[in-house]
Design a protein around this ligand. Structure first.
Ligand code: ADQ
Length: 456
């Protein structure tokens, strides 16, 4: 049997794999623990000038071999900052107005995908199964086919995929969709995303709709629950608990990203304080939002906007002994966050669009079954169809957020338990491990797809 070969833009630090930090690594860690030989290929995170193709840096830890290559500063800017995060990310999160397209960036994106393909092809063996992740690497499968690789190649998209009416605004829409014909299986987070991709293929007259399937990603709820119980007894949770004096705590945890709806969320919380003044001087909202992609202009602007909004709300509503919003842009270790989730009475998670949103699932897994908190969740998160027993809100509607927060803060224990039990069953039914296994089983069962053509 051949190896599993995982390709993603970033490769986790092998020393941190026992305590992985990002959504993708968390989910894949389970698949890797099986002990079968695996190769993980991607960018090293380093930028340097080089001539010709850089040789991959190879390190083996247990059954996993990590192979990484550097990028030049120009490649990093064009492929990663501009095309992936300045063009694909906003468009795929339905924010066409934030997309700033330059053809030169598309060429860099292709150049890096070809660089990845050449670096990886030199390490591939005939029986290998390749699993490519996310929007940075759409054309990689086709580039591997062009170099003669005939084994199975699967692709999973972690972010939403917009309908054709939006997708077609991307100047290289056609070559990107065409390159996806090289995949034997294409996984998306939700049925809606899968339907959108099928619609794009159809609009371009491409086959491949039968290879598109939803595979909603999950977490490891048993492990996360154990982490939460441990952290709950720790010093940080004790300090947080002492600081709120048995008053209600609302928590939000997101990367500082415009897709997460933070500005709208703060306005929704402000509306709560205006329309339900009984919560003033009692409730505390803790938002953890570590800075992300700080080199992209749009993210710097967002950070300034949030600083101003929070300053204004705190200035208007605070008392000398009470602050309505606590805001951290420093990262908090996941092991501590898990305890904060368990302590919080309400989680407020209102992305304007989100592929899945693992924080929502982590909050559920962290709860005490005897005293669970309530989840307020955007109906535009990929997690919403599964987590339908949450208080679902439209994240653009400040009054809807205020009403849902009030309902969450005043919900009786019986109703909280009823909803949480159903939510917990959902979170346990699709885990990180089952997600990876389901995808790989489907990929294994797919007809091998040579030269991007489905066999007749
Ligand atoms: P993200 O946009 O990063 O992921 P999300 O799924 O919520 O969004 O979070 C990923 C992980 O990062 C979670 O495990 C969370 O605990 C951690 N994290 C988030 N904020 C943190 C913070 N402030 N401090 C420490 N850790 C934090 C992308 C897509 C999502 C999709 C995932 C997985 O955008 O829609 O769910 O990939 O496919």
């Amino acid at each position: 049997m051949g190896r599993l070969v995982i390709v993603s833009n970033r490769v986790p630090d092998p020393h941190e794999l026992a305590q992985p930090a990002g959504g993708l690594t968390v989910a894949l860690a389970d698949a890797l623990r099986s002990g079968d030989p695996c190769l993980w290929f991607g960018w090293s995170g380093r930028q340097m000038e080089f001539e010709g193709d850089p040789a991959p840096n190879v390190e083996t830890h247990g059954s996993v071999t990590y192979a990484t290559i550097p990028l030049t500063p120009a490649q990093h800017r064009g492929y990663y900052q501009n095309f992936s995060n300045g063009i694909l990310w906003p468009l795929f999160h339905y924010r066409l107005g934030l997309m700033s397209y330059e053809r030169a960036d598309w060429f860099r994106y292709l150049e890096v995908n070809r660089l990845f393909a050449r670096g990886l092809a030199s390490m591939l063996e005939p029986g290998d199964t390749v699993w490519i992740h996310d929007y940075h690497l759409f054309p990689l499968g086709q580039e591997l086919r062009n170099l003669g690789f005939q084994g199975r190649i699967g692709f999973f998209l972690h972010i939403p995929l917009p309908p054709w009416s939006l997708f077609r605004a991307l100047p290289p829409a056609e070559p990107i969709l065409r390159s996806m014909q090289a995949y034997d299986i294409i996984g998306l987070q939700t049925e809606e995303d899968a339907n959108n991709l099928r619609g794009c293929f159809e609009a371009e007259g491409l086959s491949g709709a039968d290879r598109v399937r939803p595979f909603p990603i999950g977490i490891d709820p048993t492990q996360f629950g154990a982490d939460a119980r441990l952290a709950f007894a720790g010093e940080e949770v004790q300090r947080l608990r002492d600081s709120v004096h048995d008053e209600p705590l609302i928590i939000g945890v997101d990367r500082l990203d415009y897709s997460k709806g933070l500005q709208e969320r703060f306005l929704g919380y402000e509306r709560l304080l205006t329309r339900y003044p009984e919560h003033r001087r009692h409730v505390t909202y803790l938002q953890v939002a570590p800075v992300s992609r700080g080199e992209v202009e749009e993210y710097r602007l967002l950070r300034r906007q949030l600083d101003e909004t929070i300053g204004r709300i705190n200035g208007a509503f605070a008392e000398f002994d009470w602050t309505p919003i606590r805001y951290l842009t420093r990262p908090v270790p996941r092991s501590v966050l898990a305890g904060f989730y368990r302590l919080a009475d309400v989680a407020l998670i209102t992305p304007l669009r989100d592929g899945m949103n693992l924080v929502a699932k982590e909050y559920i897994a962290a709860q005490d079954p005897d005293h669970p908190g309530a989840l307020v969740l955007s109906h535009l998160a990929g997690a919403a169809p599964e987590l339908s027993e949450a208080l679902l809100v439209n994240p653009h509607d400040a009054d809807a957020i205020a009403d849902a927060l009030h309902e969450a803060l005043t919900m009786n224990l019986e109703e909280r338990k009823r909803r949480w039990t159903l939510l917990d069953n959902e979170v346990r039914s699709t885990t990180a491990g089952s997600w990876a296994r389901d995808f790989l089983t489907a990929l294994d069962a797919a007809d091998a797809n040579v030269d991007g053509q489905t066999p007749a």
